[in-house]
Design a protein around this ligand. Sequence first.
Ligand SMILES: *Cc1c(COP(=O)(O)O)cnc(C)c1O
Length: 311
Amino acid sequence: MQTIFELMSFNFELSVNQKIELPNTHKVELYIKREDNIHQFISGNKYRKLKYNLQEAQQLGFDTLLTFGGAYSNHIAAVAAAGKTYGIKTIGVIRGEELIDKIDTNPTLQFAQSQGMQFKFVTRSAYRDKENEGFLNTLKEEFGNFYLVPEGGTNQLAVKGCEEILQPEDDTFDYICCAVGTGGTISGLINASKPHQKILGFPALKGDFLSINISKFVTKDNWELITDYHSGGYAKVNKALIDFINQFKHQYSIPLDPVYTGKLMLGVIKMIEANYFKNNTKILVIHTGGLQGISGMNKRLKAKELPLINE
Ligand SMILES: *Cc1c(COP(=O)(O)O)cnc(C)c1O
């Protein structure tokens, strides 16, 4: 029997390490791993995190995946696209009851719906309790049996998939930098890293639960969270961040997303400018994708009369 992923067409050859030419005054080497190129919608780390979960669901005979997310979630978009491509039913439990009338104005939900995802909109307080057995049982009564993929897709199988991001040729890097949401991606990078390497995680949100989450999945201690670059919190943006994303795309032709990779790259470049890294350090930044979120963010920016991200 062919597994789901043998049937999938992904552009792994496009996930290359691209050099970022810095001004001569900076004596470090900076590269970006283009995981955003793997797939238009199941991009970057969301592919890595789904890979073994989809295989497990298939092996256990499930025909439905259920997962959770916010209205602009890259994970929701990725699960919906994976379901459509491989003929698996998908159910998205979405935070915010009011969104039920707003599907048509939300690009992520609209996309997920076009891929056949069925939604259940819940209040923020119900969403907080989403892992409770009682709530899961009501979902099973409503939708039948399903394979549960956690919020953001992070579990042991997701971490296993993220361990495949680093390749043998990446051993020459001294630092590996990535954005952090739930901590699954950085956990895989830590597990796959070599002892001489240091993994720096840039949380996209405030909160100190992340270290605890990561510690559940890793045994090494060659990592650190850099908490200064979340720009005010999850999905919070300001003009400096938007200007940076637009300027970076103009200069290097590499798009960054406003929730994760833009904040990450801004942080890394600020740290380079502040001489955080020694001369001749080789730094690899992981582009985890997330570009589907740009048009949704632009709608919000337009409403606030802020500058837009160039699409
Ligand atoms: C989901 C996501 C992350 C966060 O990954 P975690 O494994 O949850 O830490 C980072 N970057 C992008 C683009 C994402 O979509």
